[in-house]
Design a binder for this molecule. Structure first.
Ligand code: GLY
Length: 461
């Protein structure tokens, strides 16, 4: 974990945001898979990790926004616990590691909130995303469970987004550790992309690499020859020569910082002409985004420039037609690129998505676009040094979407549906890197893994 001074500094920065009252942070608990003692891998809440760094279940914390006091709540392991799970770090030692002086039994968490309520103090909490914590907030604050998310403290959300959006050197180093593991995951997947190989075996192998790296996967692995399905977790197929394999996967570092990469590989190691033509467009889109990233540029504008690169490339192949700028204004590119260019990344792969995308990716100046395709953009606002973002353009041939647009005559001025029909069954291509916004531009995090057709073909051999 980071030093106690880092966590104390983060809590002090929150106290300097002008909020009054207390901020409460219920940590995550163990989450059962199929009976109470058979649990999923424990994942601590990222906001708890950011301010308190303690990667243990059964903790809660309070930051007093009106004083320099912070409180950690939890229970020390009983002898029965120790028999099953071994000796545990004592609560007072956990508190010391993160610079918290006040540590109390878990039951005192509710008592401290009761006391604050009686004193008429404002109690800020973040939107809970797990059932257990929704019920806990309901029990602590008397808010109906159905309203617990919407009644979360917007001032606290905004204050935390402003802190967590800017990654410090220690956080970047953690992300780069995750990137190094991600590199191994992807290079391994590429090398395994031979006819007859089972998708599941590749997915399992690279998940093992993530775990061997000291963390877990940052999100369930997306890996499929049916890459036109954007988040395809079905790995049941055997690889066939002539098809494309999309692998969208990342690891978490031991401190839970994420990486998130996508590569698209020709099964058997050689792109066909048709595949390579589309691949080159996606690569140009990805490289364009990297070149445009710099402070004060809106990510919405980068997304739209990338959409133009895609529309222009597809026009050159005869799949789109008409004026490229007009096509993008009308959202015609979204038939092929129906998602956003990228998102914030940090302690969460979609960083802070639990706090609400509207607060993380947008602001008064840049609001979400309602149009299909660009409407899925998770980050639109102006970039700042210290942001870590993903750059993940793609081109997909989604039969259901093509059929719908064709039958409803959507964007017929810009789409050559006859030509598009020739690509049904093509699958999809996505290329994703992670970028740090620096003072002057954007820096790809980690060693850039093979990305040109030549590099990929050479690697697969
Ligand atoms: N790479 C997975 C995602 O962005 O959702």
């Amino acid at each position: 974990m980071f030093s106690a001074a880092t966590y104390t500094g983060r809590r002090n920065s929150l106290k300097n945001k002008g909020l009054k009252g207390i901020a409460i942070f219920p940590g995550n608990t163990e989450s059962p898979m199929n009976y109470p003692d058979n649990t999923y891998h424990f994942r601590q809440d990222s906001n708890f990790l950011y301010f308190f760094g303690l990667d243990f279940p059964g903790l809660a914390a309070v930051i007093d926004l009106d004083s320099d006091e912070d409180f950690l709540f939890g229970d020390d392991a009983t002898i029965a616990d120790i028999i099953w799970i071994g000796p545990q770090v004592m609560l007072k030692d956990k508190a010391e590691k993160v610079g918290v002086k006040n540590c109390l039994p878990y039951a005192a968490f509710a008592e401290s909130i009761e006391k604050a309520k009686k004193q008429g103090r404002t109690i800020h909490y973040l939107p809970p995303y797990r059932g257990e914590n929704k019920i806990l907030v309901h029990e602590l604050l008397g808010i109906p469970v159905s309203q617990v998310v919407e009644k979360a403290s917007v001032p606290l959300i905004k204050a935390i987004v402003s802190l967590r959006s800017i990654k410090d050197a220690g956080e970047i180093a953690e992300i780069e550790k995750a990137c190094a593991v991600g590199y191994q995951m992807h290079v391994t997947a590429m090398k395994m992309a031979h006819p007859g190989e089972w998708e599941q075996r590749i997915a399992g192998t690279i998940e093992g690499i993530a775990i061997s790296g000291g963390g877990i996967t940052a999100f369930p692995i997306i890996l499929s020859q049916n890459g036109e399905t954007l988040h395809n977790h079905n790995h049941s197929q055997f690889l066939e020569k002539g098809r494309l394999l999309i692998t969208d996967a990342g690891a978490e570092s031991a401190l839970h910082y994420a990486c998130d990469f996508t590569r698209t590989t020709p099964v058997g190691g050689k792109f066909t002409t048709k595949q390579r033509e589309i691949y080159e467009i996606v690569l140009a889109a990805n490289n364009t985004a990297t070149s445009l990233v710099k402070p004060s540029v809106t990510y919405l504008s980068v997304h739209l420039e990338v959409a133009k690169v895609i529309a222009n490339g597809l026009k050159n192949l005869g799949l789109m037609k008409g004026d490229v700028d007009e096509a993008v204004i009308n959202g015609a590119h979204a038939l092929f690129f129906p998602h956003g260019l990228g998102h914030m990344m940090g302690l969460d792969v979609h960083d802070m998505e639990d706090l609400g995308q509207i607060h993380v990716g947008f602001d008064e100046e840049i609001q979400p676009v309602k149009q299909f395709g660009t409407g899925y953009l998770r980050l639109g606002r102006r970039l700042q040094p210290g942001f870590v973002i993903t750059n993940e353009p793609g081109i997909y041939f989604i039969q259901a979407l093509i059929d719908k647009w064709k039958s409803e005559k959507i964007n017929t001025d810009f789409i050559n549906f006859e030509k598009v029909n020739e690509y049904i069954g093509f699958g999809g291509i996505r290329i994703e890197d992670d970028i740090l916004v620096t003072e002057t531009g954007g820096r790809i995090l980690g060693e850039r893994m093979p990305v040109t057709p030549e590099e990929i073909e050479k690697l697969i051999g």
